[in-house]
Write a new protein. Sequence first.
Length: 295
Amino acid sequence: MALIDGWLPPTRQNWELVVYCFQFLPVFTLLQWIVPWYGAGKTSGNSILNLPGRWAWISMEVVGPSTLLYLMSTLPAKLDLAELPWQNKLMGGLFVIHYLYRAIISPLIAPSMSPIHIIIWGCAVIFQLANSLSIGGWLAGYGPTTQLEWQNSAGGYDVGARMGIGLLVWVLGFLGNMYHDDELREIRRTALREQKEREEANGGKPGKQKSVDKVYMIPQNGLFRWILYPHYVLEWVEWSGFWLMGGLGCVPARTFLLNELGTMIPRGVQGVTWYVNRFGKEKVGSRKAFIPGVI
């Protein structure tokens, strides 16, 4: 039974409309270059419209994998497809694995998370819904649905080899992203340990130390030695591999990557300014946001 008639799951016409419109998101994200405000993470401010960071993050991010799983479990039957090719299932599984980590595991193991403004939360929900409708519809029946269609999408090359190379790129990006995410979490874990040690030194009574919610340092390990946002770069590597798996003509996967670039590049560039203002140019050194010596 459809949750929303014509949309969940979507008709082909509605799916094509979502795919087409979602490609223009980078036009709207240009606003980030003009208005640097971002009510989440280290730039989160005080507001009555703030939501608790951990649960806001989970609720906005889980929309993506939930929608994709729903489409892949309902749309094939609606389109009279007996079974989806293994390529569709593999790509759907990778999408869910990414968000199992990003939407659930990552916030739950984080020592703390800054509040998220309700506007940021709402925009993220819309992004996740549009992206999962776009990719989920393609995987669930509006993209290749036979081995012949998959082979034709390879342009004369072996589709299995393309999937294998894309999968390798995806795995490298995913693991690298997790590693560098954990380097950021370690900063707050260290601050929490130091806070507990100070409390124990005061006879077990809570001290007046600053909450770990607002403890920041310049990470030093891994690619953080050369750039400030390697976790962004490696997420782009991850979704580049995903796009390669689907083929260069896979518009939903390409759109996802380009939309991530459009939303994350301004935040990273502005983040360099934040680090310089917070720690000083000398401590930041020659680090750029994404590419050493370039940007």
